[in-house]
Design a protein around this ligand. Structure first.
Ligand code: M6R
Length: 618
């Protein structure tokens, strides 16, 4: 995710900010930039580069030689969400008069409307970002008589919908920095003699000071050499004490979690909210997917869909098949990216090929997209990394907005893929008129309730850890599920093998009796996804078969299913939801289970042996 660093004080702010940006590199980024005033300078300087921070540091080193010494500096590492990675789209963004510079994390949901209104007033936009609307809006407030930078920022934020962590400087007030937050983290390090470092993450601050002020939603802070003032959108002054941070550098990056994988599993509620933001109007029963506009006409008459993906993304595709067939009644095949090119295929211009990839760089999936185009099919990408090879290759796409995933084992990206596929299924069902209003509204109501229900699931962490400890010495595992949760079982097994190196197999429960049952004995545990849905009884039959062979059972059940206790005492409960959405909740305990087992076995959870985060070879 993007990173923010800002500085005001007597040190060389350029050094402080670049060092801070380096500390945020672990979050992933595609471009970077800084804006500052040199001592005694009135003009704002803005430097931006695409790619690694080194390029930016190289230019800044030259500036430093010629005497640049920023006292008010803002910097940013960008991980693209709106608009491709480019110098133009990189932050800081500046207004028309080049007097204001702003860095932003989050998403301005009403940026299109703001852009339109501001353009009508003569503002000229240079980038394709949502952020630029905000800098022009602040500029407008100044032109219309805002008395101070704080006032201009505060007034502008009243017109903004969405999330933001922002830091703003202006050449009219060169000794002031204003920051604000809603939804995106922002903290202010308090140094000696009215020196302040603002950052989106404590790791950019902790080497300078341990004293920080945490901004809460809808709070602003104005910083200068005279001190600071905290206030809210209504301009009420607030009083907050600085807290002491006790985390080390690495701990700060993990935000207190021992591993990135755990941090990413716990990000599930935010990830879902980010995927849904601006796309789902639950009350109206509407799903808007702007990225599909260019292929929308074609979607009306496609005869079939083929999903191509690898690994975890492939399992998301299998769930996507059930979702799309259920909601839009279009036949869907799911193919491994690596097989797509080689299997005899009937894909032609009557098909839509959906490729799913977290990284957007998986060679097998990229080749599948290219092959699909050669065969005349339209291609749609469900990709997390904006501007990645697959995102650029496909005709249209939907970004996951899950933020960078650092642990090699995919967790939060899978969740966002499922949510994206659920939105796509409703979108197609609406286009095809296969979904009644009532069914659509009911489904969307459940979709937007998922973050809350995820939080409930995450609260089971200690229960899951206990069960994981009990089974951490097992040599084999079987994961069973049916219908929507058959692929969840596959994903549960994949997670476990990837990070704990335990042999695990996932099966549709009905298939167990056709072979795998031969493996079951008292040393071979089975994780059964046994939710109270349309296949509950069928799963119970499989569980009975396991019990009859003395196989230990871990049950993933619907909260309130007390009857399940007669099969096992190892139970993890998740809330009821729409059956088609249950994989989103069911996969979280399986991710946590794999995580804890791997920890108990002393494995390198974030960097498992032999695996790479993105597989760019065929
Ligand atoms: O970046 P992609 O989604 O295209 O990656 C596909 C697989 O390589 C990936 O999901 C892999 O299976 C992960 N290690 C799963 O944790």
């Amino acid at each position: 995710m993007c990173g923010i660093v800002g500085y005001i004080g007597n040190k060389n702010g350029i050094d402080v900010v670049t060092r801070g940006l380096e500390r945020l590199e672990y979050r992933g980024y595609d471009s970077a930039g800084v804006a500052f005033f040199g001592v005694g300078q009135k003009r704002l300087q803005v430097i931006k580069t695409v790619g690694r921070l080194d390029a930016l540091k190289h230019i800044l080193a030259k500036q430093k030689k010629s005497g640049a010494f920023g006292t008010a500096v803002i910097g940013h590492t960008r991980w693209a969400t709106h608009g491709v990675p480019s110098k133009m789209n990189a932050h800081p963004h500046i207004g028309c008069k080049k007097e204001i510079a702003l860095v932003h994390n989050g998403i301005i949901e009403n940026s299109d409307a703001l852009r339109e209104a501001l353009s009508r007033e003569g503002h000229v936009f240079r980038s394709s970002t949502d952020t630029e609307a905000l800098v022009h809006l602040i500029e407008r407030m100044i032109s219309f008589g805002a008395l101070s930078l704080e006032d201009a920022v505060r007034q502008a934020l009243r017109h903004v919908r969405g999330t933001f962590g922002i830091v703003v400087i202006s050449s009219r007030w060169p000794n002031r920095v204003v920051a604000a937050r809603r939804g995106s983290p922002l903290l202010v390090g308090v140094g000696k003699k009215n020196e302040y470092i603002i950052a989106s993450d404590a790791s950019a601050i902790s080497e300078h000071t341990k004293r920080v002020i945490y901004l809460d939603d809808n709070e602003l802070i104005s910083l200068s050499s005279e001190g600071h003032r905290i206030f809210d959108i209504a301009n009420n002054t607030l009083f907050k004490n600085a807290s002491l941070i006790t985390w080390s550098q690495e701990e700060s990056q993990k935000e207190g979690f021992p591993h990135f994988m755990l941090k990413e599993i716990f990000a599930a509620p935010d990830v879902i909210e980010n995927a849904l933001r601006g796309r789902v109007l639950a009350k109206e029963g509407v799903v808007k997917l702007g990225g599909l506009e260019s292929v929308q006409k074609k979607l009306e008459w496609i005869k079939r869909i083929v999903i191509a993906a690898c690994g975890t993304s492939y399992y998301a595709g299998l769930i996507g098949k059930y979702l799309i067939e259920e909601m839009a009644k279009i036949p869907v095949d799911v193919v491994y990216g690596s097989e797509f090119r080689y299997a005899p295929s009937t894909v032609d211009r009557s098909a839509l090929v959906i490729v799913i990839s977290q990284s957007g760089e998986t060679a097998d999936t990229l080749e599948a997209a290219r092959e699909a185009k050669r065969r005349g099919a339209k291609t749609v990408g469900i990709v997390n990394v904006v501007g990645s090879s697959i995102a650029r290759e496909v005709h249209a796409g939907i970004y996951n907005h899950a933020g960078p995933e650092i642990a090699v084992a995919s967790t939060k990206a899978f969740i966002s893929q499922l949510v994206t596929l659920a939105m796509l299924a409703v979108f197609l069902g609406t286009e095809r008129k296969t979904l009644s209003d009532e069914k659509r509204k009911e489904f969307l109501k459940e979709l937007v309730a998922l973050p809350r229900k995820c939080r409930f699931v995450l609260k089971q962490d200690q229960v899951i850890k206990k069960i994981a400890k009990k089974f951490s010495a097992a040599q084999n595992f079987l994961f069973l599920g049916r219908k929507f949760n058959w692929p969840t079982a596959l994903e549960g097994a994949l997670k476990l093998k990837e990070i704990s190196y335990i042999h695990a197999e996932g099966y549709p429960a009905g298939e167990m009796k056709h072979g795998p049952i031969a493996l079951i004995d008292q040393h071979f545990p089975t994780v059964a996804i046994a939710l109270q849905d349309s296949v509950y009884e069928k799963i119970i039959s499989a569980i009975q078969e396991v019990r009859a062979r003395k196989g230990p059972i871990i049950g993933l059940v619907t909260a309130g299913d007390s009857a399940f206790q007669k099969y096992t005492k190892h139970i993890i409960a998740i809330p009821q939801t729409h059956e088609a959405l249950s994989p989103v909740l069911a996969v979280i305990p399986l991710q946590l289970f794999a995580y804890h087992i791997a920890c108990f076995r002393g494995a390198d959870v974030d960097k498992p042996r032999n695996l790479a985060k993105s597989v760019t070879v065929e």
